[in-house]
Design a protein around this ligand. Structure first.
Ligand code: FEO
Length: 163
């Protein structure tokens, strides 16, 4: 039997995963509206993944005989300065999710709840992958910025050629 405290934490995680799905859906919509097709595709895929995460938590609670609670959601951020801001916010969000999952894992270990510990292990690995993917995107954006400077530098150099 899963403790009431852990059930509460798992229900809060359902709300956080649903919120993640909504946060990324708003990012996908903004990106699509502003012509950033790649970012939009990334975020559309992400929003579905997060919904899948939410359902995994729901199914687990049902399997251990608890009724999952569906909570209301707050409005996500809908406008962004640029795609760099989108991914910086996504990274901050993923770190919040990681911290939340780690907190549940800590509680499960304290309670010697092996079922919850085993269930959460998949999410621990998933968070490593998710954070790494967003860090990789930020690196791509950073390097793309440097490419623009490199091209500008070439043009600046060309201005003095033949003088
Ligand atoms: Fe379900 Fe990206 O955390």
């Amino acid at each position: 039997m899963v403790s009431k405290k852990i059930v509460k934490l798992l229900n809060e995680q359902i709300a956080l995963e649903a919120d993640s799905s909504n946060v990324y859906l708003a990012m996908a919509a903004w990106a699509e509206a502003n012509g950033w097709k790649g970012t939009s595709a990334f975020m559309h895929a992400q929003t579905e993944e997060e919904r899948g995460h939410m359902k995994k938590f729901m199914h687990f609670l049902l399997e251990v005989g608890e009724q999952p609670v569906v909570a209301g959601m707050k409005d996500p951020q809908n406008t962004f300065k640029d795609i760099k801001e989108v991914f910086k916010l996504a990274l901050a969000h993923e770190r919040k999710v990681t911290a939340s999952i780690n907190d549940i894992m800590t509680e499960a270990r304290k309670s010697n709840d092996y079922a919850v510990t085993a269930f959460l292990q998949w999410f621990i690995s998933e968070q490593v992958e998710e954070e790494a993917a967003v860090v990789q995107v930020l690196d791509i954006i950073e390097k793309a910025g440097q490419v623009s400077i490199y091209l500008a530098d070439k043009e600046i150099g060309a201005m003095r050629q033949g003088k």
